[in-house]
Every structure is written in C-alpha cells, then in structure tokens.
Design a protein around this ligand. Structure first.
Ligand code: SF4
Length: 57
C-alpha cells in the first residue's frame, strides 16, 4: 500500500492504515464531528475509518 505523506494517522485498527508507518493510504479522507457541536479534539472523527477485520490483537 502506498502511503499518503500528507495524512498522518496512528489508528492502526483501520484497514487503510499504512502499518509500520504512521500514515493513511487513502488519497483523501473525510473528518467530521461525533456530535453536532464540538469544542474538543475528542469530538472529531475520521469518517473514512473502516475496521481491519483481518487483524488480530
Ligand atoms: S481512513 Fe482515517 S482512520 Fe483510517 S488510516 Fe486513514 S486517516 Fe487513519
């Protein structure tokens, strides 16, 4: 998978994560809010996330 060096990401559970390197492999992602209003970083989400079901923990 080719990394997108413009999108850093540490969510290794995602199927689009680059693995060893802390990057996303998508060309573009969508970032949204988990609530209608947020004033905290915790209220933001990557809406392009898709769980990697092949990965075991
Ligand atoms: S889709 Fe979102 S959560 Fe998944 S690797 Fe890319 S930036 Fe991270």
């Amino acid at each position: 998978m080719e990394i997108n060096s413009s999108i850093g990401c540490s969510v290794t559970e995602c199927q689009y994560h680059a693995g060893e390197k802390q990057y996303c492999t998508l060309d573009k992602i969508m970032v949204g809010k988990s609530e209608s209003y947020t004033s905290k970083v915790e209220g933001t989400d990557c809406e392009s996330f898709k769980v990697n079901e092949n990965k075991t923990y």
